[in-house]
Design a protein around this ligand. Structure first.
Ligand SMILES: [Fe+2]
Length: 345
């Protein structure tokens, strides 16, 4: 496995780059905007390509690298379903699996620091965001934080992982890089409490100042959505209502870009072909399945859709760039389709 812990010194943020092999897919957790060039350089050196950029929660102390990485690598942006960020390409929930080629993580909803905080567990390690830190825990006094919820996330979820599980947090202000669940249980001063009441009282007595970047970072981090209007302006988008009239026509191939789990959980539009977004380059490349449909087999119109219209907007752009002029997408994805009363299969 390729694993890199990367540090951003202004906000003391750790970001994590993970891939199963050289030449394979990569995932990054909690990237920081200022470090995007560094990540891209490193990924080039390691010969991996970014498929997913994930934030453990809406950060208040730095601007996320999610949007910039999406713009520069066309990766999928991922956050929890509770997140108030305008649009990310994929939303995850407790019990889901976060996967790329050769890597699979359990998604654990761990609210408390914020109401959109998640942790990710894979084999011998867990990425805890700002929920569990090294000899500390994330503050719970803003962004819908809740010390009681955090107590449950810690004692009910994270601390139940095996003691030897390595803990990789989103921040450390003292220079520590990694801990273990067993070590934190024994020595983390915030965890030496006997009840949820005691924990809440401890957290409520901290009286911390707001992070320096908060007024800038929170609003910036809430607007990470791709500009789907641009794709619409070029005439490459159908509103969900309009799409209802086109779906099912013999000249139109509807293509679902989401993952299997998303399809299972949220349903799909009847008659859609399943072609996950990460496989798009092959599918629209020379000899690719979608290119064949568009160019030879009756010159079909390609109509992409995904969860919120983010991946499909990128897919339309990529297909157009590859010379497939008939490529369109459903603006707002299956979320908009459902709102418009579209049928589900
Ligand atoms: Fe945070």
């Amino acid at each position: 496995m390729i694993f890199r812990q990367l540090f951003e010194p202004v906000s003391c943020t750790y970001s994590y780059l993970i891939a199963s092999r050289r030449g394979g897919e990569a995932l990054i957790i909690d990237p920081v905007l200022e470090k995007v060039d560094r990540y891209l350089q490193l990924m080039k050196e390691l010969d991996v390509h970014l498929v997913k950029a994930v934030d453990t929660h809406l950060h208040a102390d730095h601007i996320t690298g999610l949007g910039a990485l999406r713009d520069r690598t066309h990766c999928i942006t991922v956050m929890g379903e509770q997140s108030s960020v305008d649009v990310v390409s994929m939303r995850i929930a407790d019990g889901d699996r976060l996967t790329i080629e050769g890597v699979s993580m359990d998604v654990i909803y761990t609210p408390g620091h914020t109401d959109d905080s998640y942790s990710f567990h894979m084999q011998d390690r867990v990425f805890t965001g700002d929920t569990l830190m090294i000899r500390g825990t994330g503050r719970t006094d803003f962004q819908n934080g809740d010390p009681r919820a955090q107590y449950e996330s810690l004692f009910g979820r994270l601390l139940r992982l095996p003691d030897e599980t390595m803990v990789f947090p989103a921040h450390d202000y003292k220079g520590d890089t990694v801990s273990t669940i067993g070590e934190e249980k024994a020595f983390n001063p915030r965890l030496q409490v006997k009840s949820v009441e005691e924990y809440a009282a401890l957290m409520n007595s901290l009286k911390l100042g707001n992070p320096k970047m908060m007024d800038v970072a929170v609003p910036a981090n809430m607007r990470q959505g791709l500009h789907q209007e641009e794709v619409a302006r070029r005439g490459w988008a159908y509103r969900a209502k309009e799409a209802r009239d086109i779906v099912g026509q013999p000249g139109v191939v509807l293509i679902d870009l989401r993952e299997k789990d998303e399809r299972k959980r949220h349903g799909s539009i009847p008659g859609a072909l399943h072609a996950p977004y990460p496989e798009l380059p092959e599918n629209i490349g020379v000899g690719g399945m979608l290119r064949k449909l568009a160019e030879t087999e009756g010159h079909k119109q390609l109509l992409f859709y995904c969860a919120f219209g983010e991946r499909s907007a990128m897919a339309v752009q990529a297909a157009q760039d590859a010379g497939i002029a008939s490529a369109r997408h459903i603006e707002g994805g299956i979320a908009a389709w459902k709102k418009a009363g579209g049928a589900l299969g």
